[in-house]
Write a protein that binds this ligand. Structure first.
Ligand SMILES: O=c1ccn([C@@H]2O[C@H](COP(=O)(O)OP(=O)(O)O[C@H]3O[C@H](CO)[C@H](O)[C@H](O)[C@H]3O)[C@@H](O)[C@H]2O)c(=O)[nH]1
Length: 207
């Protein structure tokens, strides 16, 4: 998932990339550059994964919940939410560099034990039954990821010690994602206005 900012040194790719980009970590270790290509040719190929923005994932949850709230007899159904597309680590690095205009220092390293060569979702069922499809392009996802990290970096820089007086106002990056905010509001309305017997209580707990 894109848009993660854990404390300490991250294990996952995106938070590692963003921490290198803002200078918290010196370089990105790219694990594994000796994987086979699907056709068995000798070309070096990095492991591939399915990278989806957390807001697309949240939209998928909303449409699944909508379906559930409309029917009482739906039972347990599993849907894959992803882009349906495999992307390599170096493709992610290139997309990030394009979105931010910033060069990321990388180091090619041996494979990480336990890493699978290729993992990506089949999203046909979600598209067919929920009408859900990821709608952010990779560049847009990465812009949002960068905004999230910049915002968090400002918040960390302005954290106050107990008893400390308010510091001078620091300009915060503007959150440009008005479309997403509108969706969150309509999600709240949907839950609050639900006629499902449990809808109102569920909505109160989640908001
Ligand atoms: O510092 C790092 C961290 C990761 N990777 C590589 O990046 C890829 C993703 O590794 P992660 O640890 O981030 O994630 P997983 O392999 O557990 O994959 C899961 O998380 C991914 C996002 O981090 C995608 O969502 C993916 O579909 C999901 O299976 C792997 O090829 C890994 O070897 C690096 O090269 N350097």
């Amino acid at each position: 998932m894109l848009v993660e900012d854990p404390r300490g040194i991250p294990n996952n790719l995106m938070p590692y990339i963003t921490q290198v980009a803002v200078g918290r970590l010196p370089e990105l270790n790219v694990y594994g550059h000796d994987y086979p290509t699907p056709d068995g040719s000798a070309i070096i190929c990095l492991p591939i994964r399915d990278y989806i923005h957390v807001m697309d994932l949240a939209d998928g949850d909303v449409v699944a919940l909508e379906k559930f709230l409309q029917r009482n007899d739906i039972g347990c159904v599993a849907y894959n939410l992803g882009t349906g597309r495999g992307t390599s680590v170096l493709e992610m690095v290139a997309a990030f560099e394009k979105a931010t205009g910033k060069k990321l220092p990388i180091k090619l390293c041996p494979r990480r034990p336990g890493d699978a060569t290729a993992v990506y979702a089949s999203t046909d069922k979600a598209e067919r039954e929920l009408g859900w499809k990821k709608d952010l392009a990779v560049g847009e996802e990465l812009n949002l990821s960068r905004e999230r990290v910049e915002k968090s970096a400002v918040e960390k820089a302005t954290e106050k010690a107990p008893g400390e007086q308010p510091a001078e106002e620091i300009e915060r990056p503007r959150w440009r994602c008005q479309k997403r905010r509108r969706r969150t509001i309509s999600y709240r309305r949907m839950i609050q206005g639900s006629s499902h017997p449990e809808g109102e209580d569920r909505g109160r707990r989640q908001i």
